[in-house]
Design a protein around this ligand. Structure first.
Ligand code: CA
Ligand code: CA
Ligand code: CA
Length: 289
């Protein structure tokens, strides 16, 4: 019997060993399981956190997507607005360019009109000044003519008046030929009382005029305003001037018996010296001016 037990003892010991080993293995496995359990739990926790994180990220992504979509829409609207504004700006630019052109044309027209207007104004001004000048000249001429006419009218009136009183007009002088006879001094006195004096013959024309007039009245012998009674042979007119040209008859003046006064002789229509106390008709002269 013992034998069997002895035989069985190693087996038992082996079994015990084996059991201990199993027990150790078991314990180790338990420990490992526990660790695994712990690891598992930890992983689960981690996974849950990750899930939460994932969910949160998904939500965030969806929100971002929405935001993105909204921004895209907004961008498209802005693009449309921008295009529309660019079109509008181009139209405005065209309008502006046209307006500038129109303004420049208007400015050119205005400048041309202004120049034309100034030119017309100048022409009108010149024409006006010319007309004014011509008017003034004509006015002056008219005034002159009017004065001349008045002067002539006055002269004509004088001529009529003097003619009516027996005075003849010739070259700005009136002449009176008397019908009576007086000596030289009384003859001169007669003239002076009428604003005249005995005639002074100071041109060939005057000599010829008087020759014609005196020659037309038959038998007339008339005193003229010439004498040498102050200095013999030095002939002086009644205004004190010296005789320059005389129209003497042949052989005259001859001073036959103190002949110091001069008469107009009708036969030869020349002059003769005669005694101043003799009586003759006479010729007065006064200025018509
Ligand atoms: Ca005279
Ligand atoms: Ca004499
Ligand atoms: Ca004589």
């Amino acid at each position: 019997m013992i034998t069997e037990r002895d035989q069985l003892q190693p087996s038992y010991t082996n079994l015990i060993k084996e059991r201990d080993q199993l027990q150790t293995s078991y314990n180790s496995i338990i420990t490992e399981r526990d660790q695994l359990q712990t690891n598992y739990n930890s992983i689960i926790t981690e996974r849950d956190q990750l899930q939460t994180s994932y969910n949160s990220i998904i939500t965030e992504r969806d929100q971002l997507q929405t935001s993105y979509n909204s921004i895209i829409t907004e961008r498209d609207q802005l693009q449309t607005s921008y295009n529309s504004i660019v079109t509008e700006r181009d139209q405005l630019q065209t309008s502006y360019t046209n307006l500038i052109k129109e303004r420049d044309q208007l400015r050119t027209k205005y400048t041309n009109l202004t120049t034309e207007k100034q030119l017309q104004f100048k022409i009108q001004q010149t024409a006006k000044e010319e007309l004014q000048s011509r008017y003034n000249t004509m006015r002056n001429q008219m005034d002159l003519l009017q004065r001349e006419r008045n002067g002539l009218q006055q002269k004509l009136n004088d001529i009529y008046t003097n003619n009516a009183r027996g005075w003849l007009y010739f070259r700005s002088s009136f002449y009176y030929i008397s019908a009576e006879k007086k000596n030289w001094d009384d003859s001169r006195q007669y003239c002076r009382e009428r604003g005249a004096d005995l005639v002074i013959i100071n041109s060939r024309e005057e000599q010829e005029f008087l020759a014609n007039v005196v020659g037309s009245i038959k038998g007339i012998i008339a005193w003229i305003g010439l004498t040498d009674r102050h200095t013999e042979g030095r002939w002086k007119w009644v205004d004190g001037s010296a005789l320059i040209t005389g129209y003497w008859g042949d052989g005259e003046p001859n001073d036959t018996g103190e002949e110091d006064c001069v008469e107009f002789y009708p036969v030869n229509k020349k002059w003769n010296d005669r005694q101043c106390s003799a009586t003759d008709q006479w010729i007065c002269e006064k200025s018509a001016a």
